[in-house]
Design a protein around this ligand. Sequence first.
Ligand SMILES: *Cc1c(COP(=O)(O)O)cnc(C)c1O
Length: 497
Amino acid sequence: MKERKSEARGFAPPSGDMSAEDFRSFGREVVDWIADYFEHIEERPVLARVEPGELKAKLPSSAPASGESMSEILADVDKLIAPALTHWNHPMFFALFATSSSAPGIFGEMLSAAFDVKAMLWRTSPASTELEEVALSWLRQMMNLPEEFDGIIYDTASVSSMHAIAAAREMVDLRIREDGMSGRTDLPLLRVYASEQAHSSIEKGIITLGLGQRSLVKLPTDAEYRMDARALRQAIEDDRRAGALPFCVVATVGTTSTTSIDPVEEIAAVCEREKLWLHVDAAYAGSAAVVPELQHIMRGCERADSIVTNPHKWLFTPFDLSVLYSRRMDVLKRAFSLVPEYLRTSEAETVRNQMDYGVQLGRRFRALKLWMVLRYFGREGLSARILEHCRLARLFASWVEESHDWEMLAPVPLSLVCFRYHPQREDESVATSEAELDALNEAIMNNVNATGRAYLSHTKLHDKLTLRLSIGNIRTTEEHIRRVWELLNEEAKTMNK
Ligand SMILES: *Cc1c(COP(=O)(O)O)cnc(C)c1O
């Protein structure tokens, strides 16, 4: 970046921020840098080409005593920080769940940093409190969820789900809020049920809440990795007979390994009969519900007590922004509200004070970026992009299916493809062992990733090392899908020589 002669650097204490003039000019420079970054992102390797400790070694071990110039700082972002990034916004990022920010979302983040509000009480941030209600009501309508669902924004799904499980526990009349769980001999074993494919955040939430890992029952799944609702019924029955206390079931719509969809209608029926809280983890797949043609994936979710969806996953909203919808906000409030004298306000009865609904007191103005994304793309713009990602995933899957040397390992309900290399030998007596296939696929993945041209990750399905191609980046096009397919085939051929 340009050196600036006029810049007031290391300005004299004791007060003041950067001058308005410098703010304008550096602000423009940063926006230009970001625009260039997006325009040329494909020239960068997707995975950071750095060794552990490499960036740290290039940076001073303590902060400067006197201020430095903004030009120098920004030059270091360009020279040192950017090369040490793994580029999540790169269109060839297919690992984990591919996600991306978008221009309106980035502007929302910029403005939110400028406002820097702490939305604890309505009074401390009326705009943030009310815009959150509006944006979440819009999103709820787009997802076709019933009006009884009210929403709240947290940072991540892990935190949303933890709050949902805490609310579920609050429904059990055991005075846990008041008396805790330690030192008590009067408590039964409390039980939460989820499938073995459920996200690890559910178990972490359970650990955080002091329930202990043994509270979680991991239920088996069917051939398509969906929770077995009969096994759920049986487990609850067995637990009750043994004196345990079931209180919560977590169904997943769009599991992390394969995006499988649990049979929520059947699970909801069990929960209604057994009077258990039903939480639905739709962190990734919930975004697909803004597409009318895909709303069927949420069938049964209208009967849930709470649902988590992450606009930061597949709704082009910069990290972080997770939404918890619940028809029982009153219970969430009962679990978390604690109002010290200095936070008492006269309007508490008539407004929502967001601090009442979770662990955090002050909260970032996250709704702004979501509202800007929803407005800028509109329901149709968001739908079209998500549908295109699903089309690209089916296209890639069709290539895998048509190929003799590759095979599919799970269905493709949305935009994730689970597959592996499995070459057909001419001499069929030379069967390739599972261990060899695992090693071969791992090597192909590592080699593809090492080219810097694409980034894929893996999972294990029925003990088979499975490659995952996740499509969710706003910049990914058919051309990118073709390129990664070629790359995979090139590496496979080299490996299999
Ligand atoms: C990504 C994901 C999570 C975790 O999301 P965070 O927001 O990173 O906590 C939880 N559940 C599912 C199904 C996910 O795909």
